[in-house]
Write a protein that binds this ligand. Structure first.
Ligand code: DHB
Ligand code: FE
Length: 283
């Protein structure tokens, strides 16, 4: 059977992608950010998954105000890097896993979660920057990726509780897939940031570090935090953090297994307007 061996959590700051693509990773501003992912890139090589289930948000790139799915699963064979205004990032195309994705859609919808099935979607920085941070600049990404898009842009957004429970359903779905696959589940976005309005530039280190603590040790407690607390404490775009709870909900301890091992933890400010946070948890 397929099994989830690890979860990865990371911010997706678009300027990080630009720094990589433009060869600026050695600049003093960016050096500490990329240093925080050195161990992660090695870990990816040592623990290469067969499939990554990648929870991210689209930033009005593939979707728009015309159509706003709360949860959308990509069942396509391939996804192109999106043009977000400066041309597509020079990164590999993303290969999907239509068979596993379709199985997850079937199982999760039958567990009473409403998913939108997406067969065509260009993927923006929300998906490509986490891949770049974890995999560097390869000719091809190391394995197929199932994109799972969450609406955290247009209100109403899903609650933390719903995200955690969805993660539990995704775990059941993956573990009922009849092929011996090593699956990683990634939760991306965040940490604290606000990109517009009078509070633009807001960063809350205390909130972010407490969030990282609770992602490790108290995900059920974190899931009880209402969306308005994220917005108030972590800024309007800090709400991206609820997506981490989907990946966390898929870990073994929430299905009666042992607590996850913390393989890596990293936090850094600044990177563009955003606090960068990163965790690797192993089952
Ligand atoms: C920034 C961060 C984001 O999460 C995003 O989607 C766009 C921009 C930033 O910090 O600049
Ligand atoms: Fe974002």
């Amino acid at each position: 059977m397929a099994r989830i061996t690890a979860s990865v959590y990371t911010s997706h700051v678009p300027a990080i992608g630009a720094a990589l693509d433009l060869g600026k990773t050695g600049e003093p501003y960016w050096q500490p950010v990329f240093k925080g992912y050195e161990a992660s890139k090695q870990w990816m090589k040592d623990n290469k998954p067969d499939v990554i289930f990648l929870v991210f948000n689209d930033h009005a790139t593939a979707f728009s105000l015309e159509m706003i799915p709360t949860f959308a699963i990509g069942t396509a064979a391939e996804y192109q890097p999106a043009d977000e205004g400066w041309g597509p990032r020079p990164v590999p195309r993303v290969q999907g896993h239509p068979e596993l994705a379709s199985h997850i859609a079937q199982s999760v919808i039958q567990q009473d979660f409403d998913l939108t099935i997406v067969n065509r979607m260009d993927v923006d920085h929300g998906l490509t920057v986490p891949l770049s941070l974890m995999c560097g600049q390869p000719e091809a990404w190391p394995c197929p990726v199932i994109p799972f898009a969450v609406n955290v842009v247009q209100y109403p957004v899903p609650s933390g509780r719903r995200c955690l429970n969805l993660g539990k359903a995704i775990r059941k779905a993956i573990e009922s897939y009849d092929e011996d696959l090593n699956v990683h589940i990634w939760g991306t976005g965040g940490m604290s940031h606000q990109l517009q309005g009078p509070r633009a530039g807001l960063i809350n280190k205390a909130f972010d570090n407490a969030f990282l603590d609770r992602m490790i040790a108290d995900p059920e407690g974190q899931a009880a935090v209402p969306h308005i607390d994220y917005v108030r404490e972590a800024g309007s775009e800090g709400i991206e953090l609820v997506m981490w709870l989907i990946a966390r909900g898929a870990m073994a301890d929430l299905a009666g297994g042992p607590a996850p091992r913390v393989k890596h933890r990293f936090y850094h400010v600044p990177a563009s307007n955003t606090a960068v946070g990163h965790l690797i948890l192993e089952n």
